[in-house]
Write a protein that binds this ligand. Structure first.
Ligand code: DGY
Length: 318
């Protein structure tokens, strides 16, 4: 029997590469750059299994080049980059990497929240540029986090992990989500309609997947409902926010600031957004710890082995 071909669209951590079973034929580009559509098509035409990333657009034109493909293992928890209906029609299995990146993403959400509340990036820039002249009572004043209200939109695994961390800051937690979830012992998370969460939160954090329903979930109307002192944090997917409405709200002072890890037209970031001092901007680092990125890769390999061996596939999306 021919060795199965595994196509990997992007350089992965070495520990993941080392764990690839010896009997696979690996098709991978060692240069660390996004694959072109042509390269994706070629890889899919050869592959029994693919590991792709959230930056690869796996649409009908790519999927239709597959000749013997069994599984597309997405190296992410979100899978909005894959045309699921075409994949399903073609009988391909699609998997993701849930659970293993929950804590890393929740931690990064808190980095953004604290960073924007306490002006960490601005402070860092002041010191580095040599413009700091010493401590002053009114210098670079931020906003309290402890005791404030945290609003969470989307109370899945990551939303809950973010809410859980709020306990140490003695925050009240409101959330809008499709399902009620139970609060951990000793705290009470309150489920409310989205508009109520928007109106009452001091910090609003987004944790919904990108779907037709959640695209531009936060637009001009929603931003106008938020407090002028509130901060918006997004570590989910960029298009969940209407970015031009956000820019207008930040410029007009409709809200106080934003912490963003994801962008509507990623990796493009509007220069107007980058010029605002009251935003903290990160380059989609939600799951970016070495331990997490290795675990994500191992999950992809586990899903692929199961699919190729005809066993039940653990993290199946379709
Ligand atoms: C995911 O897995 O969807 C994250 O956005 C990756 O960082």
């Amino acid at each position: 029997m021919d060795r199965p071909t595994l196509y990997i669209t992007r350089l992965l951590p070495q520990a993941v590469m080392n764990a690839i079973p010896q009997h696979y034929r690996v098709l991978a580009d060692s240069t660390d750059r996004p694959a072109t559509a042509h390269e994706l098509g070629h890889g899919f035409s050869q592959a029994d299994a693919v590991i792709c990333t959230l930056a690869d657009r796996i649409d009908v034109s790519i999927l239709s080049q597959a000749t013997k493909l069994k599984i597309v293992a997405n190296y992410a928890v979100g899978y909005n980059n894959i045309d699921l209906s075409t994949a399903a029609q073609r009988g391909f299995i699609v998997t993701n990497t849930p659970d293993v990146l929950t804590d890393a993403t929740a931690d990064l959400t808190w980095s953004l929240l604290l960073g924007v509340a306490r002006r960490v990036a601005e402070g860092d820039a002041l010191v580095r540029t040599g413009h700091w002249t010493g401590w002053a009572p009114t210098q670079m004043l931020g906003t309290d986090v402890t005791g404030k209200t945290l609003g969470i939109v989307g109370m899945g695994r990551i939303g809950q992990a973010v809410a859980y961390r709020a306990t140490g800051f003695r925050m009240s937690v409101l959330y809008a989500g499709r399902h009620a979830v139970s609060s951990p012992p000793g705290v009470s998370w309150t489920r409310q309609p989205l508009d109520t969460v928007l109106t009452h939160s001091d910090y609003l954090s987004l944790h919904v997947p990108l779907t037709d329903t959640t695209r531009h979930l936060i637009g001009q109307r929603e931003l106008a409902l938020m407090k002028p002192t509130a901060f918006l944090i997004n570590t989910s997917r960029g298009p969940v926010i209407d970015e031009s409405a956000l820019l207008a709200a930040l410029e007009a002072g409709t809200i106080a600031g934003a912490g963003l890890d994801v962008y509507e037209h990623e990796p493009a970031v509007s220069p107007a957004l980058s010029s605002l001092p009251n935003v903290v901007l990160l380059p989609h680092l939600g799951s970016a710890t070495l331990e997490t990125r290795v675990r994500m890769g191992l999950i992809c390999l586990e899903n692929i082995a199961a699919a190729l061996e005809g066993r039940s596939v653990p993290h199946r999306v379709i």
